[in-house]
Design a protein around this ligand. Structure first.
Ligand SMILES: [Zn+2]
Ligand SMILES: [Zn+2]
Length: 238
């Protein structure tokens, strides 16, 4: 973000782009550009906001304004997975698959949200990896570092959709928690579209943790879930 961006907030709601702002959240589109990629040809949109002051972006295909059932992927940034090709998570393949799907459909959007490591930040995520090297799962590692298991918020994602006047979405995710979170901020989710990635030997445990401890779908065997629920209960008693 530039210094002038920060200064501009002070003029909200007098700015031309602030019609859809509510009192506590000012979100503005500052740039739209052509965006050819290996996954397809899109437009890319840059936003600024006064809430977390991070540079969130939208990759969009076709005309989404005022339309229903827009194929939508909210994707939280993962530098290690998205850019460096880490095999420890499934973010990179999920990102690629989402963009390919949106391109194939000819209409849809991806919200690339700057909330690294479930919102704990990049360096803290590496701290969590260190604990995972010692045998903890990603859920406990975040808690041991003093964070909530998931620190992400979907308020800005919802505001970005509202800004583009998207009426309802088909949500690309395995995480039903995202439906609840987006609905909390007024997004109408008409359908969940699964986004399954084949595990590799490095992320198998991570993907299992996502299912057993973060409630991602499709659910594992009931026995595994019960075992996990017992482990969580035991931890709470401690
Ligand atoms: Zn505003
Ligand atoms: Zn990742």
């Amino acid at each position: 973000m530039m210094k002038q961006d920060t200064e501009e907030y002070n003029t909200c709601p007098l700015n031309w782009d602030c019609e859809k702002c509510d009192k506590s959240l000012c979100l503005r589109i500052v740039a739209v550009a052509d965006f050819p990629t290996v996954h397809g040809h899109f437009k890319i949109v840059g936003f600024i906001n006064n809430k977390d002051k991070k540079d969130h972006i939208m990759v969009v295909k076709g005309n989404v304004a005022g339309r229903e059932n827009i194929l939508t992927r909210p994707h939280s940034s993962c530098v290690t997975g998205d850019a460096l090709g880490s095999l420890q998570c499934d973010c990179g393949p999920q990102l690629a698959k989402s963009l390919t799907r949106i391109d194939k459909e000819g209409c849809g959007l991806l919200l690339y949200m700057q909330q690294e490591g479930r919102g704990i930040g990049l360096t803290n995520k590496i701290r969590a990896y260190m604990l995972e090297d010692l045998g903890e799962d990603t859920y406990d590692a975040n808690v041991d570092l003093g964070f909530k298991p998931d620190e992400r918020s979907y308020e800005l994602a919802a505001a970005m959709l509202k800004r583009f006047d998207v009426r309802s979405i088909r949500l690309l995710t395995n995480n039903p928690g995202k439906i609840t979170e987006l609905e909390r901020y007024g997004v109408k989710v008409s359908q969940r579209v699964p986004l399954e990635i084949n595990p590799n030997k490095y992320n198998r445990n991570y993907l299992k943790t996502k299912k057993t401890r973060f409630g991602h779908l499709p659910s594992l065997q009931a026995a595994t879930l019960q075992k996990s629920a017992r482990a969580i209960a035991k931890r709470r008693r401690r």
